[in-house]
Write a protein that binds this ligand. Sequence first.
Ligand code: 6PG
Length: 234
Amino acid sequence: MRAAAERIVSCASASIAARGRFSWVLSGGNTPQRLYMLLGTADYVSRIDWARVHFFWGDERCVPPDHPDSNYRMARESLFDVVKPPAENVHRMHGERDPAQAADAYAAVLREFFGLPGGAPPHFDLILLGMGDDGHTASLFPGSAALLEEERWVVANWVEKFGTWRLTFTLPVLNAARRVAFLVAGADKAGRLAQVFSREPGGELLPAQRVRPTSGDAEWFVDTPAGANLGHAS
Ligand code: 6PG
């Protein structure tokens, strides 16, 4: 987790030095919560100019911001309540709205922030991602429609296994990032992670395998239990 925190610090410093701001896409779920809390501790909190950090989400559950499942709520409780970023720098996905309207509204937020008309996706400084034990990332689940989206930046995606809608970035946006960092922890991910890193030809690529930023390789921050089956990955 400390390696990931150091990466966030270095990425923030470089982005702010180069562009005056750090556009950071947060991931949700459980794993990143410990990272966010670590960044708020004395070892890290003063190493990032939080007033110049712009927070976005790569996906969100279709729930209100105070719902226990909300990725926004998790970030607010584990990081924002400590570092207190300017409210205008926190660009929340509105999970409480109609999913399709919330997705379109978020794409408009991105167009406004990056000063882009649409078309080619924006280049976020850092997109933080997790991976589910089925190989999903953001809310791009295996076999779901959003995986096929090549034009829109943000979509509402029906997730059959949960019987719910999710808001999610699409692969074009993930792959346009200056840097992507996966954070994966826990023994329950070990088997799937080995599959992600396997070189077996053929077969449907997992969503996590389809994140290949044109800027360069995605970085993986993996704890020992999750990496148990990686052997001597080259
Ligand atoms: C979400 C996340 C999702 C997450 C994986 C792993 O909204 O749930 O964005 O993609 O990264 O499901 O979640 P855990 O870290 O809780 O295992």
